[in-house]
Design a protein around this ligand. Structure first.
Ligand SMILES: [Zn+2]
Length: 496
């Protein structure tokens, strides 16, 4: 039991709840855990990509420090909590420790503040400061910070979760960040079995997330709000869907069957378990049912784009295409942009060369630029004015007619019909580097036939659809036209 003391304003006798206030108060096993963890961080040299021992600052060889022989292998993995950047200079992380005491369950949050900055030395240098940041008493419906006497109610956080955050108060925001901040955190797992014997945690299966939590990020909600407020936590843990349990239990409403709970057929469960599916991956799976886990991982950061993407490509096609272009999943959003440009520029996405251009980045950048040009009315006006001057070059015979492009949109339309890149010529036309003419059948003036590029009064390019060469009859027509063409001669400007 706690000690009886006067309240702060001396009008009451209250029970002081005893807890550890500084690092020296903690048992040696816990202090060792904190120090061992702290000395398992790898320093990441951003300039060279080398990983260094955080004790000796020696470059690791096969994950092992050549000086102190510490083995860092278990901590080198993608997204590992243990890898920190050497040039951050300052680093902050947290250690969570449960303690079962006579008046209930306490959860400590210890902060480690590390500075790698030493003004007297150019060598990396490390000092760490440990402080007890929070001490929560954990109850079935709330947690209380014993250092501040602030209460954090589970019902309130659940109401907040279902609300729109636009109008939330500062206090609400604070409550939310207390539970859901994803900080670099480590949990003392040695006493989780003892914790699971308590009345409060008996039906949570929290001890089963031990292995998961050692290497993965978690939140305060993972340790309190999720297991104590939602029976779904225990179900998810028992199903070995650890990531869903630890990161987003509250997203799963009670349902009568698998499909109602997860929004996906039960046949996907073995895959979900095997890959320890995340919420983002589950969102992909719901929109695009597949048994290929690499697809779910690849698209997990961009699940909101999937509906749009699927109008034009399958996810396998897109992944294969980006793989073949040697581009990572980071380019999914760029590809989505690219499709958006194609649609806005009126390109034919049924054409494979447009859907999957041979050089994605170049084509993407080009189209983006072009979209801006298309949105720039000044350029359009310049092209229109020039087309009025060039109209004296309109020419026809019994079959064909040829006339100048008179707008960005006429270029886009020509591009779309011809599957060529004349849509990118807006700036060249506006700055008089060249002129573009459309040669068409007289009786089908709206249907593209030949795109003609003229420089200094000469036809330099004349191509039919898909950049194919023109036939003899077309060539004769163009030769006749070229002879009486009134040129716009551009004085060569010096190159940069
Ligand atoms: Zn070492």
């Amino acid at each position: 039991m706690g000690q009886l003391i006067f309240s702060k304003d001396f009008n009451d006798i209250i029970e002081e709840k005893k807890y550890w206030k500084k690092m020296e108060d903690f048992p040696i096993s816990i202090r060792n855990f904190v120090l061992d963890t702290s000395h398992s961080f790898l320093l990441n040299d951003l300039e060279t990509g080398a990983k260094l021992c955080s004790n000796c600052y020696k470059k690791l060889e096969n994950g092992i420090c050549p000086s102190c022989h510490k083995n860092y292998q278990p901590f080198i993995q993608e997204n590992s909590n243990y890898i920190i950047n050497l040039f951050d200079k300052e680093y902050q992380c947290y250690y969570y420790v449960f303690d079962v005491v006579d008046y209930g369950i306490l959860l400590y949050k210890i902060q480690e503040f590390t500075s790698y900055y030493n003004p007297l030395s150019l060598l990396p240098y490390r000092t760490s400061k440990f402080t007890v940041a929070n001490v929560y008493q954990v109850l079935s419906d709330r947690i209380i910070d014993l250092m501040t006497n602030k209460e954090y109610s589970f019902d309130r956080i659940e109401r907040l979760e279902s609300q729109d955050f636009q109008n939330s108060s500062e206090e609400d925001a604070n409550l939310f960040s207390t539970f859901f901040n994803l900080e670099d955190s480590f949990l003392y797992v040695a006493n989780l079995d003892q914790l699971s014997q308590t009345d409060l945690y008996r039906y949570t299966s929290i001890e089963k997330v031990k292995d998961y939590i050692i290497t993965n990020k978690f939140m305060l909600a993972t340790l309190t709000y999720f297991p104590l407020h939602f029976p779904q936590f225990e179900y998810l843990v028992k199903m070995k869907l650890y990531d869903l349990a630890c990161m987003c239990t509250s997203e799963f409403k009670k349902g009568h069957n698998f499909k109602e709970c997860f929004g996906i057929d039960k046949k996907y469960y073995p895959l979900m378990k095997e890959m320890n599916i995340t919420w983002d991956e589950l969102l992909v799976l719901k929109k695009y049912p597949t048994l290929d886990s690499s697809i779910l991982r690849f698209f997990s950061r961009d699940s909101w784009l999937i509906t749009d993407l699927l109008k034009y490509v399958s996810l396998e096609q897109l992944k294969n295409y980006l793989d073949q272009q040697k581009l990572t999943s980071i380019f999914i959003a760029d590809y989505h942009d690219y499709l958006d440009c194609c649609v806005k520029l009126g390109l034919n996405l049924k054409d494979k060369d447009i859907l999957f251009p041979p050089h994605f980045i170049e084509q993407h950048n080009l189209l983006l630029m072009e979209k801006y040009i298309a949105e720039d009315p000044e350029m359009n006006q310049k092209i229109y004015n020039l087309s009025k001057i060039l109209s004296f070059n309109i020419y026809e015979d019994q079959d064909y007619i040829i006339f100048p492009a008179d707008s960005i949109y006429s270029l886009i339309d020509e591009s779309s019909q011809m599957s060529n890149c004349v849509r990118t010529y807006g700036e060249k036309i506006a700055t008089n580097q060249c002129q573009i003419y459309f040669m068409r059948y007289k009786n089908q003036k709206d249907k593209s036939l030949v795109t003609v590029e003229v420089r200094n009064g000469k036809v330099v390019q004349a191509k039919t659809r898909f950049n194919r060469d023109i036939d003899e009859k077309m060539r004769m027509f163009l030769q006749k036209w070229e002879r009486q063409l009134l040129p716009i001669i551009v004085k060569e400007e010096n190159d940069f």
